[in-house]
Structure formats: structure tokens, C-alpha cells
Design a protein around this ligand. Structure first.
Ligand code: GLY
Length: 364
């Protein structure tokens, strides 16, 4: 089973998203980029370097002039300009020029940081996304958003820079710990809720196989989520309109993530944020109580949190208001018009937001 997805902008193919179960087809992508006379630097983190780096270097050594590696400590704490600085230093010391290539081997942190370094080194060099986490496969590796955090402001510094290809080996999903795996499910449930009610139902029906990490089921799930992400980013590459729908659950989710000092995973915070946004959608009479309850049960059934404690409602509101997703001083809130359909709402009042925050604080 193998299907590539070709991502296009203005009808022009830009790059392929390749779903594989090993790294054996990587040479196709390398040939397309004519890498034999180029240097490649694999950027990865301390966890992944133990798992896949040797295997990848073994493949790459026949397809590149030089293969370098740059490894940084795993986790959100390393996603900053200090790490980018060290990466620039390495590239300069190794004489990387504009035709050379970076490979991001890892989850969202590695992909975003490598993409940002690729976007800015020598005003932009090529890079390949090789996502190894579920979240990176279905979300962050696709669509060209790159960036790093600045102090505790998430993704504050960044650029749009499209990869030359996105190559995923779905077998890497087997080595993810449960928390990382289910964190990805947060974004996947989001895809169903904002774009495809049938997919949302499919996720519920295939819950056991997904949780058992059945490869065929994971393949179909990742494929369907990638198609949703592809359709959204193709239509609105720079988030001038509908791409903002992908931020469903992120407005309050980001505030929770920040206030919890990044102790909760991104997908976990998105899950909590989706409960708040679904509650508001219910309060606005877009969905009925049973649908709200079903969303909560579904999120919980994938071992994701639906509530948070230890932070104050006022703090969540304050941080949410400072979130960068504002338009003319109003929060851009993503609400459901129905299960499977979302829209941008700029009329959500502070009082409504507080109600939704109390809802996630009191939800048990
Ligand atoms: N992760 C949201 C986006 O790519 O727009």
C-alpha cells in the first residue's frame, strides 16, 4: 500500500507527501533533488538520534557528497533561537552553501526549527521533512509553517518556507510513547470536527484498531488527515482565511499550554481547547448538547484530557487575549457551525470566553 499526495499551490505541484513503512523509497526524493553533489545535514533530537539516525545515514551516504548531523536536546525547551544559532554555526563551519540541504528527522519541534533554519540560512535553502511523530505527520510537517519559540511565546519567530518533500515512515509510530501518540490524535479529531463529519465517525468506529496501532488503520487515518490538511493549506497557504480553521481548540489551548509551562503536550492542550470551543459552539446553538457530550467522550476515549486544574480562569483569559491570533483587537475564535464544519468568529465576548474557561476548569 503506497500513495503519495501531491501538494499544489495555484494548480502547480510544489511537493509530495510520501506515506511509507520504511525508508527504502527515500532515494526517489533524493534523486529528484539531485543530492549526489550536495551536502546534507540531518537535524534531529537526542531521542530520535538513538532510534533512526544510523539507519538514515546508511541510506544517505550513497546519495550525498557529505552527510552531517546536528542533534539537540529533545523537547520544547530547545525550540529557540539559541539552538538555531548553533545550527547556523555548524552549517557555516561545514561550508554549507545555497544548494545544500537540511533534513528534519523528528517531531514538530525538530520540523519547525529545521524549517526555520532552512528558511533563513543564506536567505533560504532546501529542506525535507521526515516527521516521526503522529502530530508532525498529520499537521506540522505539511504547509510550510516554520518557527521557534521566543521566551515563552510559542512560535513567535517564524517564516513560511515549504519543504521539498515530506517523507513519513509510518513504522516510527510504533516507537512513540502513548502520550505522544495520543497527542497526535488531538489534531486528528480536530480534522474530523472542522472538515469531515464522516471522518470523525470513522475515528470513533476504528478507535480500537487505532489504539492497537494497527498499521493499515494508521495508514488510512494519517492519509485522510493529510488530505484534509493538504486541502486547507492549498486553498490558503499563508493563513489569510480558512487556514485559521486549523486553529480550532488552539486559542484557549495555547494559553493552557503556556500557563502549564509546557508540561502538557500540544495535542493535550488542543484537546482541552476543543472542549472549550465546542462548549461555545453549543452555547451558540450550532451543535446540540448530545453532540458536545459526544465530542468530550470521544476525546477522552483517546486518553486525552478534557479539563485542566491548577490555573486560574482570569489567567487563561489574559493569556488568550494576548495570543497572536487576534484581528483588529478581537480574538479570532474558531467555532463549529456543525460537527464537521468550522468557521472563524470574531464576535466571541470576554464573558463567553470566561464561561468556556470555567467549563474546562469544572469538567471532570
Ligand atoms: N498547524 C496549523 C497550520 O499549519 O496552519
Amino acid at each position: 500500500m503506497k500513495t503519495n499526495i501531491t501538494l499544489k499551490y495555484n494548480e502547480l505541484p510544489i511537493y509530495d507527501i510520501i506515506l511509507e513503512q520504511d525508508y527504502n523509497s527515500l532515494y526517489h526524493e533524493l534523486n529528484k533533488l539531485d543530492t549526489k553533489n550536495k551536502k546534507i545535514c540531518i537535524v534531529t533530537d537526542t531521542n530520535l538520534s538513538k532510534l533512526y539516525l544510523n539507519q538514515l545515514m546508511e541510506i544517505l551516504k550513497d546519495y550525498a557528497k557529505v552527510v552531517e548531523t546536528f542533534t539537540f536536546p529533545a523537547g520544547e525547551a530547545g525550540k529557540n533561537l539559541d539552538t538555531v544559532y548553533l545550527l547556523y554555526e555548524r552549517l557555516i563551519q561545514s561550508n554549507f552553501d545555497r544548494k545544500d540541504i537540511l533534513i528534519a528527522l523528528g517531531g514538530g519541534v525538530v520540523g519547525d526549527l529545521t524549517g526555520y533554519a532552512a528558511a533563513t540560512y543564506l536567505r533560504g535553502i532546501s529542506f525535507i521533512q521526515m516527521p516521526t511523530s503522529l502530530l508532525a505527520m498529520v499537521d506540522s510537517s505539511i504547509g510550510g509553517k516554520t518557527g521557534v519559540d521566543f521566551h515563552d511565546y510559542k512560535n513567535m519567530i517564524g517564516a513560511f518556507h515549504q519543504p521539498k518533500s515530506v517523507y513519513m515512515n509510518l513504522k516510527t509510530l510504533v516507537s512513540l510513547n502513548d502520550a505522544q501518540f495520543y497527542s497526535g490524535l488531538g489534531e486528528i479529531i480536530k480534522h474530523g470536527l472542522i472538515k469531515d463529519a464522516g471522518y470523525y465517525v470513522w475515528l470513533k468506529e476504528h478507535r480500537d484498531a487505532i489504539k492497537a496501532r494497527n498499521m493499515e488503520t494508521l495508514y488510512e487515518m494519517v492519509f485522510r488527515s493529510c488530505l484534509i490538511k493538504q486541502a486547507v493549506v492549498e486553498k490558503d497557504p499563508k493563513e489569510l482565511g480558512d487556514r485559521a480553521l486549523l486553529n480550532y481548540g488552539h486559542t484557549i489551548g495555547h494559553a493552557v499550554e503556556k500557563l502549564m509551562d509546557f508540561k502538557l503536550l500540544h495535542g493535550e492542550c488542543v484537546a482541552i481547547g476543543m472542549v472549550a470551543a465546542s462548549f461555545l459552539s453549543y452555547k451558540r446553538n450550532h451543535i446540540i448538547k448530545e453532540q458536545l457530550m459526544d465530542i468530550i467522550t470521544t476525546i477522552q476515549s483517546f486518553h486525552l484530557p478534557v479539563s485542566v486544574s491548577g490555573i486560574a480562569a482570569d489567567d487563561i483569559l489574559r493569556v488568550t487575549a494576548h495570543d497572536k491570533k487576534m484581528e483588529a483587537g478581537r480574538i479570532k475564535f474558531i467555532l463549529l457551525s456543525a460537527v464537521g464544519n468550522a468557521y472563524v468568529d470574531t464576535t466571541v465576548t470576554e464573558n463567553e470566553m470566561l464561561q468556556s474557561i470555567y467549563y474546562i476548569l469544572n469538567q471532570q
